[in-house]
Design a protein around this ligand. Sequence first.
Ligand SMILES: N[C@@H](CCC[C@H](N)C(=O)O)C(=O)O
Length: 290
Amino acid sequence: MSSLIDRPFAKMNGLGNEILVVDLRGSSARASAADAQALARRGETHFDQLMAIHDPKTPGTAAFMRILNADGSEVSACGNGTRCVAWGLMEEAGAREVMLETAAGLLECTAGEAPGQVTVDMGAPKFGWADIPLAEEFADTRAIELQLGPIEAPLIHSPSVVNVGNPHAIFWVDDLDVVDLRRAGPLLENHPLFPERANISLAKVTSKSAITLKVWERGAGLTLACGTAACAAAVSAARTRRTGRDVVVTLPGGPLRIVWREGDDHILMTGPAEFEHDGRLTAEMFSAAA
Ligand SMILES: N[C@@H](CCC[C@H](N)C(=O)O)C(=O)O
């Protein structure tokens, strides 16, 4: 029997990235991998990421947040989901800023100028091979060599790799459809060079301040948008002098503005959070027959 039964949920999205926010504040309930897999399968609660919000652990924070992918794996960052949670908590408190906490640290979130827009300080990226992590040492992670299968090898190569709270590989392309991510995504996500798997993006730089992006997400598959992938692409593009540090990253679901701030190297992500519907989780939602 799931400990989540009867807990309130809100179905939201960030640029079409499907987010299920489950409110566990005031309870000792904890979302399991099996809970996530069951809820991800059902229409009403269908999601790419489940954001479980818990009572705050640190003074000054509004909530502690756990993040689960649709496959049940737990991760430490989700840009679109963070905007959704922040938007909900700001609405609840009538506030324009909120501090959230994850196992990986604090996330400062601010309401944007346009309604429904939220800016999240995603912290500083990590470029060291062991931090990403990679299975072998690379002195320079701006472009790494990795073995690809015979279909992809002639088409994509030398991704930039970075950890923005989670691991990302960015393949620079002229055509976002050059490979079928639905086929290549799972192979690349599980490449032996990525011991914790990786989120895989195809990125096209269209100007010094614009990138278009398609993402195969670790643990969720093809999604309409991925906030951390947009951050990963933006810092990788700036680091390789393809763009400046202030860019618009356009995903299939729409645009995010990413600023890689000079001085503290923090990444600021701005984009929308949209409420769809809410309800309470029922025992039936966790039953095997989805
Ligand atoms: N959709 C998210 C990323 C969620 C986590 C990712 N799939 C992972 O496993 O690292 C976003 O908006 O950042």
